[in-house]
Write a protein that binds this ligand. Structure first.
Ligand code: GDP
Length: 534
């Protein structure tokens, strides 16, 4: 991650209090549940200041229920904003749980930190590792939440060791679990010397937080039964000896992750995690762009599109482009320059996704995510600025892992198919390749389920039944190099060549052997599995 100059003045307070992050996890680890609790706390904590004692409990609970009802909308939204204590959180959803897609990777270009959720019984699972690797590419700071401690889970040291070895990152325990499964009592907060007890009576209420002065405090004996207390003291002593202490710089560099233990469904450990994001989590960070880096405190507004989502209503072709604001103070109605087309664009109805609802964004600051409704002008990777011709870098496009050809059920409607496919390519939902030889398209995706999703969307939104069929190719690589060499290469490999939707040359094959051969026989040509979005 890029760093601001240490001598740089502090960020304006509105920017400095922003925390923009994503949650990475394997399906079923508890991402949705944790998100829900974030939202509940985000809303509930504000309430708590207004009402006291018994009234507070009542108000809080009814507020929870209302938000539970809203869950369908809020939790499925791509970005959610909420306040927690003095902080303003922007939580960006990593989509494609079961259907792992490029979107998931790109989301991670829009955040400054990630929370890694693991299941205490399962440890580091495959999808978590994949996503972690993407975070590592950008040295994103990672906070870890070990969930489901109310169930039988692995030994604490074993979990920590596994993360350290599997992901090659230092782990510093921020809390230490007391008991496991049915015996799970809560955690000892190692950062604040507090005892946090879990309430099993009410899942939406966090039980007591008891201040103590270290592990020798006799107060502990009142709350933790003897054998568990002995074990706790012993383990914490060992942990303090064997594991690294918290080091904020190492955390910001992405080489150390603090870990909290908890149970999202019991709302346990969630608040401590949120406090961790608030107090350690990075402020909005600078962004790389061509020719210079963009600092969040620049007064001129700039940002980039990292996601485009089709309207929920399939009859409307409108889309929402999600913009990560990288600098400045945005105000509704501002005219920004759409750098790719060079045209001005009045951003008159931007949307901010608040925990409970969508709202028009009257203003937003560097670090925020705003949704901009549009008719297709905005594409992934596009920059909006107050005039400067910026191009943000580091927004990758990945070579698809699956390729299929597509045919319209009704050949008379081939034009509609072109239009539908172009739309999905622009949304980033699929890659589109036009082979040099032959007619038709080859469509590339990252997860197999995406073909089904595309087929049903084309039928639903364009009234056009389509068939996807296997092709002779299984992988695609972008071809770069000096233009004359690329042209000569393409001419002698016509049967393998295609153009992507920007016209860039692509080499397709079914054999890794072919790729190796090209690399050997054409030293001036580079085949790559990623491409920067323009
Ligand atoms: P996601 O797939 O990562 O979004 O996971 P979910 O949040 O949907 O959770 C998967 C399942 O685990 C659901 O049945 C949850 O109720 C359950 N779950 C989530 N958190 C906990 C927890 O702390 N303890 C237990 N026992 N179950 C949990």
């Amino acid at each position: 991650m890029l760093d601001r100059d240490h001598n740089a003045p502090a960020l304006p307070p509105e920017i400095a209090r922003r925390r923009t992050f994503a949650i990475i996890s394997h399906p079923d680890a508890g991402k949705t549940t944790l998100t829900e609790k974030f939202l509940l706390y985000g809303g509930a904590i504000q309430m708590a200041g207004q009402v006291r004692a018994k009234g507070e409990a009542r108000r809080t609970r009814s507020d929870f229920m209302k938000m539970e009802q809203d869950r369908g909308i809020s939790v499925s939204a791509s970005a959610m904003s909420f306040e927690f204590r003095d902080y303003w959180f922007n939580l960006v959803d990593t989509p494609g749980h079961s259907d792992f897609s490029e979107d998931t990777y790109r989301t991670l270009t829009a955040v400054d930190a990630a929370i890694m959720v693991i299941d205490g019984a399962k440890g580091v699972e495959s999808q978590t590792r994949k996503l972690f690797e993407v975070c590592r590419l950008r040295d994103l700071p990672i906070l870890t939440f070990c969930n489901k401690m109310d169930r039988e889970s692995r030994d604490t040291f074993e979990i920590i060791d596994e993360i350290q070895e599997n992901l090659a990152i230092d782990v510093c325990p921020a809390s230490w679990p007391i008991g496991v499964g049915r015996e799970f009592l809560g955690c000892y907060d190692l950062l604040n010397d507090r005892l946090e007890l879990m309430s099993r009576a009410d899942r939406n209420v966090k039980a007591d937080s008891i201040s103590i002065s270290g592990l020798d405090d006799p107060e502990l004996e009142k709350h933790v039964p003897g054998p568990l207390l002995d074990k706790l003291r012993e383990e914490v002593e060992m942990a303090r000896e064997l594991l690294p202490a918290f080091d904020r710089q190492a955390f910001l560099d992405g080489t150390l992750t603090p870990i909290w233990f908890g149970s999202a469904i019991n709302s346990f450990g969630v608040q401590e995690l949120m406090d961790g994001i608030g107090s350690f989590g990075p402020e909005p960070q600078p962004r790389p762009a061509v020719s210079r880096q963009i600092s969040p405190d620049e007064t001129k507004v700039s940002g980039f599109v990292f996601k485009v989502q089709a309207n929920m209503d399939p009859k409307h072709r409108d889309r929402v482009a999600f913009l990560r604001l990288c600098a400045g103070h945005f105000k509704r109605g501002m005219k920004l320059k759409h750098v790719r087309s060079g045209k001005p664009m009045a951003v008159s109805n931007p949307v901010l996704f608040l925990a409970s609802d969508r709202e028009l964004a009257e203003e937003a600051w560097a670090g925020d995510i705003i949704g901009i409704p549009n008719h297709g002008q905005l594409r992934i990777g596009d920059a909006l600025t107050e005039g400067e011709d910026l191009r943000f870098t580091g927004i990758p496009s990945f070579a698809p892992e699956l390729l299929q050809s597509v045919r319209a059920g009704d050949p008379m409607k081939a034009k509609h198919l072109d239009k539908a496919l172009t739309q999905f390519a622009e949304e980033g939902a699929a890659k589109l390749f036009k082979p040099m030889i032959g007619a038709g398209w080859i469509v590339g995706v990252v997860g197999a389920l995406q073909f089904e999703v595309l087929a049903s969307r084309i039928e639903l939104e364009y009234g056009l039944p389509v068939r996807f069929e296997p092709t002779q190719f299984t992988s695609a690589r972008w071809v770069t190099g000096p233009k004359d060499k690329v042209d000569a290469f393409a001419a002698s490999n016509k049967g393998h060549m295609a153009a992507d939707s920007d016209g860039a040359p692509v080499y397709m094959t079914r054999l890794q052997w072919d790729i190796d051969r090209v690399e050997r026989d054409y030293p001036d040509i580079k085949l790559s599995a990623t491409k920067e979005m323009l």
